[in-house]
Every structure is written in structure tokens, then in C-alpha cells.
Write a protein that binds this ligand. Structure first.
Ligand SMILES: [Zn+2]
Length: 107
């Protein structure tokens, strides 16, 4: 793969350390490798933030479920208790799915 020398515009191989024409150092920054890599890092960071938020919501849902089960049990409200149990089960499944997803993305 060829790139242009940032100093003289001569065609230089991306594997070359120096421009054969003017001897200017060919850094990977000039070849656009660093911006590409930092782009990938940003995507990973965004993904990890996304999973952290998802984990947070699943924990909140779990706590809400616990409160509903507690409230439903003490008030003998079967509907509320059942809804709370559904919330707990959903939050556990959600948490597992998010964990697998984040593990999958991070390798
Ligand atoms: Zn040059």
C-alpha cells in the first residue's frame, strides 16, 4: 500500500520508515492509522457504556420487582406480587443477556 509523503508528496510505501525522496519520517499518524484505531476505541467505549447502562436498568428493575413482591405479599395482592416476580425474572434474564453481550464484544 502506498501513501503520500507529508513533506514532498512523493509516493511512499506504508511499511517504509522514511520517504525515499526527501528522507522525511513516515509516521503511522500521517498514514491515517491512528485516527482509524481511535475510532475503533470510541466504538468499544460507547458499546461498554451502553452495556453499563443496560446492567444498571436491569438492577433497577430487579429492585423494583423485589419491592413489588414485598408489597404484594404484605398486602395479599397476588397481582402485584406476580408482576413483581415477572419483573425479577425479566431483570435476571436481561442481566444475563447484557453480560453475554458485553463479554461477546470485549472477547
Ligand atoms: Zn518526501
Amino acid at each position: 500500500m502506498l501513501t503520500k509523503c507529508p513533506e514532498c508528496g512523493h509516493d511512499v510505501s506504508t511499511t517504509a520508515e522514511k520517504c525515499p525522496n526527501c528522507g522525511a519520517p513516515i509516521s503511522s499518524t500521517a498514514q491515517g492509522f491512528i485516527p482509524e484505531a481511535s475510532k475503533n476505541v470510541q466504538v468499544i467505549e460507547k458499546t461498554s457504556k451502553h452495556y453499563k447502562a443496560q446492567k444498571f436498568y436491569s438492577i433497577v428493575l430487579f429492585i423494583v420487582g423485589l419491592i413489588l413482591v414485598g408489597t404484594g405479599a404484605s398486602n395479599n395482592a397476588t397481582g402485584v406480587k406476580t408482576f413483581g416476580e415477572i419483573c425479577i425474572v425479566t431483570s435476571i434474564i436481561w442481566g444475563i443477556v447484557v453480560s453475554i453481550g458485553s463479554w461477546w464484544h470485549h472477547g
